[in-house]
Design a protein around this ligand. Structure first.
Ligand SMILES: *[C@@H]1O[C@H](CO)[C@@H](O)[C@H](O)[C@H]1NC(C)=O
Ligand SMILES: *[C@@H]1O[C@H](CO)[C@@H](O)[C@H](O)[C@H]1NC(C)=O
Ligand SMILES: *[C@@H]1O[C@H](CO)[C@@H](O)[C@H](O)[C@H]1NC(C)=O
Ligand SMILES: *[C@@H]1O[C@H](CO)[C@@H](O)[C@H](O)[C@H]1NC(C)=O
Ligand SMILES: *[C@@H]1O[C@H](CO)[C@@H](O)[C@H](O)[C@H]1NC(C)=O
Length: 373
């Protein structure tokens, strides 16, 4: 029978072939999905379909070794039998010994693991900080733990580095010491240390020595210039009239500040009464109180007579000359009186004698003046 020019027998043959193909393809196996560490042998992996009943050979993958079992797997009804081959990871052994450091091998030392190098405090890695375990062994070269180095220590204005290690580079824990130039004060820490990160702390500063302007109420500066005051500058103060000084009047600016605490000017109290009689007693009081104030510093006020005060800087020679003059005057008066009594009986108005006395006083006064000058 002829149908569309194709014989019925050949049509059936083709149909049968198609059915067979579908049937066989169902029983065939494709490339097996093996677990990690397993591969097909190069021979087996050259195909991509495996017939029902055919076998394939499995072997251990890269970085793995055979630890027993059977390499053969068989395609049965479209699925692979499980291999009994046992593959284990190869070990790379120790990643190496680090001086002043160690490897973190928490991942192990077998194929696929990474070992991380860690240096001890004050040391830093030179090289690659990790090694990976490959089939051929550890990757990268063994790194080195080198001492942490700091850059050259910073310069300090008006100061110098007085001490540092003799090594070429400043290393971890090395100490740098600074000293300030003369007339400069060190502020901050004199020493700085190179830390584990290769950094320094803040270096000190050198500040010029400056003494604060003294503030002494009721006083005047008699020596020294106006502020600012630098090292070895000095000042001297005197109290205004009506005040006496308690403390040291001369101040010298030293490295740590003024040589002494500022003096104070203490008010002198003036009593209201003023008679000649009180002069002597008041003077005594003054001297005793002054003496007392030398012992007891809490004394703040001193009483002195309100009678016209003698010149403040009356020197000793003028006092002596004054005394001599007074003695001379008194002697002259006594002499005059004696002469007058000797000439009794003589009628005298006394006018001549008085003039005589006056002349004598005048001459003695002149003598006093010439002595004084
Ligand atoms: C596959 O082969 C086995 C014998 O090796 C046989 O028993 C089985 O029927 C075959 N399967 C098919 C689908 O041909
Ligand atoms: C592995 O198994 C196959 C059958 O699955 C067998 O023919 C072969 O001899 C076995 N080989 C070894 C080394 O045991
Ligand atoms: C394969 O399949 C056939 C029928 O499809 C069955 O008779 C036979 O037992 C199967 N073989 C295996 C090993 O599963
Ligand atoms: C080692 O590395 C792991 C991470 O890989 C980390 O969790 C662990 O703390 C490390 N151990 C040490 C001792 O540093
Ligand atoms: C000086 O001291 C007085 C009190 O003793 C104070 O009132 C005044 O402000 C001070 N002046 C200065 C410039 O410090």
């Amino acid at each position: 029978m002829q149908w569309l020019g194709v014989s019925s027998s050949s049509l059936f043959a083709t149909l049968f072939l198609c059915l067979r193909l579908v049937y066989y393809s169902k029983a065939q196996c494709s490339l097996p999905d093996l677990g990690p560490g397993y591969v097909l042998t190069p021979d087996s992996s050259s195909k991509d379909t495996f017939l029902n009943g055919s076998s394939a050979a499995v072997q251990c993958g890269e970085g793995h070794y055979k630890n027993g079992g059977n390499e053969t797997i068989v395609c049965k009804n479209g699925s692979w039998t499980t291999a009994t081959l046992e593959c284990k990871k190869r070990s790379c052994g120790s990643p190496g010994e680090l001086i002043n450091g160690a490897f973190n091998i928490s991942q192990g030392t077998e194929f696929g693991a990474t070992a991380f190098a860690k240096c001890n405090r004050g040391f830093e890695i030179v090289g690659v900080s990790y090694r990976q375990c490959f089939a051929f062994g550890w990757s990268n070269l063994l790194p080195i733990c080198d001492t942490v180095k700091c850059p050259d220590p910073p310069e300090v204005a008006h100061g110098t580095i007085s001490s540092r290690s003799s090594k070429e580079f400043v290393e971890y824990r090395d100490v740098i010491e600074y000293t300030c130039d003369k007339n400069f004060n060190l502020v901050g820490k004199a020493q700085i240390v190179c830390n584990e990160h290769g950094q320094y702390e803040e270096p000190p500063k050198c500040k010029e020595t400056n003494c604060p302007a003294p503030n002494i109420s009721n006083s005047v500066r008699t020596e020294g210039g106006p502020p600012p005051y630098k090292l070895h500058n000095f000042v001297n103060y005197e109290c205004r009239q009506g005040f006496v000084m308690n403390g040291i009047s001369k101040l010298v600016c030293e490295v740590d500040g003024w040589s002494s605490t500022f003096p104070t000017c203490i008010r002198v109290v003036m009593p209201v009464t003023s008679t000649t009689r009180t002069t002597t007693s008041a003077t005594v009081r003054t001297s005793t109180t002054t003496k007392k104030s030398g012992i007891d510093e809490e004394i703040e006020e001193i009483e002195i007579p309100s009678t016209p005060s003698p010149p403040p800087h009356k020197n000793k020679t003028s006092i002596v000359v004054g005394c001599i003059a007074a003695v001379v005057v008194v002697a002259a008066i006594i002499y005059g009186l004696y002469h007058r009594s000797k000439k009794k009986g003589e009628y005298r108005t006394g006018e001549d004698a008085r003039k005589n006395d006056e002349a004598m006083i005048l001459s003695s006064q002149n003598q006093f003046k010439s002595n004084a000058s």
